[in-house]
Design a protein around this ligand. Structure first.
Ligand code: ADE
Length: 250
């Protein structure tokens, strides 16, 4: 997979990609990330890449020519036709489904703007879609681009040690994850739930599913409204609610 990032802070992006699962996946060639700096495409001595907004108001707007040139240069090094995506609080909220769609592509280009954003004509002429990572405003798109890259690259075959990790995890099924425990079995007077200590796989599966659906119902009912409940899930939820074993520390 070939990923391009247009950014005024290429080092920030590259440094953040050097660690953990992501760093190993890139090292092993599962994906490659290239950056392109609009400043390298600025035509003046001051390397100007922003200007005051027409109509007045606070902040600065990305100047069309250097940003468009950087997008064109980055896109020319990626597989033909891959989507060019602008990170923006005005974009479509990032979901695990969108992440899975991106993970199936040969690549994509992320445009991380700064200031009040990009001149709308660059968006209209160069951008295929806009992605938001949440309902809050960042000072730039770099961290949002890194969020997209992390979420996508960890899904690539071979990126995680155990392939089941990404298949079984919560959001893949539209559910929050169940609680996890490791040794020691007793810690600060708190025990690992008894069912997890035994080898009854059916009972463990049942407990995990019940935890997952109950947590989702309490913390993120919107996910259940969207996807509905299977009959097994609805039975487990009713059982747990009746016993008030709801963990709502969210
Ligand atoms: N740039 C500024 N805010 C953002 C957000 N919430 N998501 C993605 N990119 C952004």
């Amino acid at each position: 997979m070939q990923i391009g990032v247009v950014t005024l802070f290429p080092e920030l992006v590259c440094d953040a990609l050097a660690h953990g699962v992501l760093g190993r996946a890139l090292e092993r060639g599962l994906a490659a990330v290239q950056t392109e700096d609009p400043r390298a495409h600025a035509g003046d001595a001051h390397r100007t890449v922003d200007d005051r907004p027409y109509g007045g108001g606070p902040g600065m707007v990305g100047t069309p020519a250097p940003w468009a040139a950087a997008i064109d240069a980055a896109a020319s090094r990626l597989p033909a036709g891959v989507p060019r995506l602008h990170l923006s609080a005005q974009g479509a909220p990032l979901t695990q489904q969108r992440v899975q769609e991106l993970a199936g592509l040969p690549g994509f280009l992320l445009v991380a703007s700064r200031y009040e954003g990009l001149d709308q004509r660059v968006i209209d002429s160069r951008i295929d879609g806009e992605i938001s990572i949440g309902d809050y405003v960042l000072s730039g798109g770099e961290f949002a681009a890194l969020v997209v890259i992390d979420a996508v690259v960890r899904l690539l075959p071979g990126a995680l040690g155990d392939e089941r990790s990404s298949v079984e995890e919560s959001f893949a099924a539209g559910r929050l994850d169940w609680p996890h425990y490791t040794r020691p079995v007793e810690w600060e007077g708190r025990s690992v739930p008894t069912v997890l200590q035994g080898g009854n796989h059916a009972a463990i599966r049942h407990w995990r599913l019940a935890q997952s659906v109950t947590r989702t119902w309490v913390r993120r009912p919107d996910l259940i409204v969207q996807g509905g409940l299977s009959s097994e899930e609805s039975r487990l939820l009713n059982e747990f609610l009746a016993r008030r074993e709801v963990d709502d520390n969210g």
